[in-house]
Design a protein around this ligand. Structure first.
Ligand code: HEC
Length: 107
């Protein structure tokens, strides 16, 4: 590897690591917007195209409101219906924060 290539590789590595760290620290809102909003909608109302197509229930639906935070975390962790499991894609903290953000829409 030439010095130039090595420097480029090092620079890319730093960028990738920096991106991962800032992502891990991002708020539930950021995680929600990046990973959940396309199905659950901007305000948790599942009014997006994918949300309607998959018949996702809005956060204000009685069936959704009766779920505890722990049950919701579980649903996201292990998947629910057509929703994939996120346990390999997001950290437990990211799932918890995204669920907490989602729950603000049910009020
Ligand atoms: C590909 C579309 C899709 C994505 C992306 C998605 N979900 Fe879901 N989600 C669903 C579907 C479908 C269900 C099950 C049907 C239902 O009851 O809404 C569901 C169910 C849930 C539930 C259980 C309560 C409920 O609405 O039934 C929670 C909580 C939830 N999702 C949160 C999240 C969070 C947080 C994320 C992002 C990390 C996420 N979802 C990403 C489609 C999706």
């Amino acid at each position: 590897m030439s010095n130039f290539t090595r420097n480029v590789v090092a620079a890319i590595t730093v960028l990738v690591l920096a991106g991962t760290v800032s992502f891990a620290q991002s708020s539930g809102e950021a995680t929600y917007k990046a990973k959940c909003q396309m199905c659950h909608g901007e305000k948790g109302l599942a009014d997006s195209g994918a949300g309607k197509a998959m018949k996702v229930k809005p956060a204000t639906d009685p069936d959704v409101k009766k779920l505890s935070e722990a049950q919701m975390i579980d649903a996201v962790h292990n998947g629910m219906g057509k929703m994939q499991a996120y346990k390999d894609k997001l950290t437990d903290a990211q799932i918890k924060d995204a669920v907490e953000y989602f729950r603000t829409f049910a009020k």
